[in-house]
Write a protein that binds this ligand. Sequence first.
Ligand code: AFP
Length: 345
Amino acid sequence: MDAQTDQQYRIMTIENHILQEQRSHPQATGVLTSLLYDMALAGKVIASKTTRAGLAEILGRTEDVNVQGEQVMKLDRLADLTIFRLNDRTGRLAALASEENANMMQIPEDYPAGRYVLLYDPLDGSSNIDYNVPVGTIFAIYRRKSPDDQPADLQDCLQPGRKLVAAGYIIYGSSTMLVYSTGAGVHGFTLDPSVGEFLLSHPNIRIPAKPHYFSANLGYKFFWSKGTQAYTEYLQGHDGGIKGLSLRYVGSLVSDFHRNLLAGGVFYYPADRKDPQKPHGKLRLLYEAAPLSFIAEQAGGLGSDGRKNILDVEPTELHQRTPLYIGSRYLVEKAEQFIREYDAT
Ligand code: AFP
């Protein structure tokens, strides 16, 4: 077989890909590699639950309300527990934080603590589960800041996106895909259910130069600032700046982000006046905005809160919310321009 044919028929599993990336960091110990592989395993377990949701009669809500004041779905809890249990005793993590839990989670006593912290949104878009709309898991990995021989503290979790070591998401849709970056590009893998492996399907993802879509909940347009309203009209082609873009909004961030990453476009969930309890919009900085902005930037795009690069925002709270404009760099910068022009600081 010649080299080209050999390459053509070579199947790259996620494990091989992560190991290959590790080889380009001679100082790497393999801990991050194993941690990423643990997340891939969590993705497979959660995918097996989401695809059997109706069959197993596990759709519907539990009685609980989570820290965000939202009703917790059974699958949220399953996903949350799956990720926690696959990671709390491996010796790779110093702490975990999940969108579903009010406080940071320590490693159980008697188990070794590691060098990394894992923040995750176990099942983003869960209000869509009952309607068979794709949902996703988002994860963010930081190096701990506290000394290795002491228990982790909150500051280990409150790090800006700039300090991310790796981030990724798993989308449970018509197929299950895992997309991740360790700061050396963005790579996508599709789960082959017949062999139970994530196989490289989208190497080196770059957001296309020509955008196709904009994604926002236009139902809330009248609660938005003047800047975001004017920006929306720009995207619709009203001021002749661009030919209007198509609107696509699923209401499941991972799905909306993933589509725009592959097709080009912008997603935004701005601050609004709809809910006085949420003056900064709905999305969470640490579990959603920062990891996805890291991926966007690695793919040539950008994530912004409308004024500032999301990766430069210093978190002050675990469940902090932030406005988010994310996707094609040019369109996100355009949003910042409209906000500067129309909205008071
Ligand atoms: P749920 O997890 O409650 O479904 O929220 C999903 C989400 O955080 C994000 O995935 C969506 O982009 C956004 O909320 C949708 O919010 P709206 O329903 O207000 O448009």
